[in-house]
Design a protein around this ligand. Structure first.
Ligand code: M6R
Length: 364
């Protein structure tokens, strides 16, 4: 059932073009975003005054990404919490709030408890869920399914990708209804969204190159990920993927925070993955790369096609194709998933079933 692949994770990574397509296409009709399952009138969408995104692990990272998008594009304030914090912190949930719970399995105990708490407090809830008929799908007021199909590998890849694009659609829809984007901008974003599957496919086809590169990191003790804005969110996911399956210690930092402590950990040869897809922040990130290079770091950068100036500082550069800056996570995460996978394979780890972890965390 691995369809000829060595691991479920590899199979599922390769299914991402299809997953993205399946999540997007039923929701674009005649050039418009139609999310019927949302069951919200335009007036209700205009009345949303705060979004709370609540999830765990990688699902949380997708929410962390879409905070930048909902706020930047739709101008709706967003709070993102890991479910185990949200449920115990007595959050302020006011009229007009929308609570979005994101979960692949739909059974994560903390996420489910957070959903129940939000419902008890009388706020609207929306589940972004993969498993049809799961607890979160049944209990949320509304459900938007990510059509990724069954995900077996403990490390999520295709469900993650589907969660991201589901949130892009929501954010564009909200921005449009609230008059924050023009029709022309929406048209351009939809064109970029439709290109994602082929662009992901192209990035996946470079796996041999990444495998060769990944083999050099098998003995690494620590690997740091840095980025700003959405690149910080991508770094968090890249770092989690790596530590989860390869057992290499890894941390993600907002690049601008390095100076406030972490940079003391950089010594000769310390691997650093710098994510630099946000062109507006490129110069800032490059100066952080220079800072770690000066302390001896070995830097792998992930950036947009055309940003060749980064080659002056980084030791190894992976380019992703051009897309809207808001959608960069969908592309930049692909080489990072492959990197983690091949480091873990190279170390002989049990990639699909990493130690101490369960696919679905049904106890808190
Ligand atoms: O089923 P869920 O999406 O609610 O699961 C949330 C996390 O447990 C999950 O994303 C976890 O972090 C993954 N194993 C990461 O690859």
């Amino acid at each position: 059932e691995k369809g000829g692949y060595e691991h479920f994770m590899l199979k599922e990574m390769n299914e991402q073009p299809k997953t993205i397509r399946d999540t997007i296409s039923p929701r674009i009709k005649d050039g418009r975003i139609v999310i019927d399952e949302l069951g919200m009138s335009d007036e209700e969408i205009r009345n949303i005054n705060r979004i709370h995104i609540v999830a765990c692990g990688s699902a949380y990272h997708t929410g962390f990404t879409s905070k930048y998008i909902f706020e930047g594009m739709a101008r709706i304030p967003v709070e993102v919490d890991v479910a185990s914090e949200f449920r115990y912190r007595n959050p302020i949930l006011e009229d007009g709030a929308l609570v979005i719970i994101i979960s692949q399995s739909g059974e994560t105990a903390d996420s489910l408890a957070a959903l129940r708490m939000a419902k008890e407090r009388g706020v609207k809830t929306l589940g972004i869920v993969n498993v049809v008929g799961s607890s979160i799908a049944r209990e949320a007021d509304k459900v938007m399914y990510t059509w990724a199909g069954p995900e077996i590998a403990v490390a999520t890849t295709k469900a993650y990708s589907a969660q991201l694009v589901a949130q892009y659609l929501l954010a564009i829809k909200f921005a449009q209804v609230r008059g924050k984007v023009t029709e022309a901008e929406v048209g351009e974003m939809l064109r970029d969204l439709k290109k994602l599957p082929d662009q992901v496919e192209m990035l996946l086809s470079h796996k041999e190159k990444i495998q060769k590169f990944a083999n050099r990191f098998i003995a690494a003790k620590d690997i740091f990920f840095i980025g700003r804005g959405i690149d910080y969110a991508i770094s968090m996911e890249g770092s989690l993927k790596l530590k989860e399956i390869s057992y290499i210690h890894s941390e993600a930092y907002a690049a601008g925070e390095l100076k406030h402590g972490t940079i003391s950990l950089i010594e000769d040869g310390t691997p650093v993955v710098a994510v630099a897809t946000q062109d507006a922040l490129l110069k800032k990130t490059i100066s952080n790369i220079v800072e770690v290079k000066t302390r001896g770091a070995f830097v792998m950068a992930v950036t947009n096609e055309g940003n060749t100036e980064i080659e002056k500082t980084a030791d190894y550069v992976i380019y992703i194709p051009q897309t809207n800056a808001y959608f960069a996570n969908s592309l930049a995460i692909i080489p990072l998933q492959l990197f983690s996978y091949y480091v873990a394979v190279g170390k002989g780890c049990d990639v699909d079933k990493p130690r101490n972890l369960a696919k679905s965390v049904t106890v808190e």
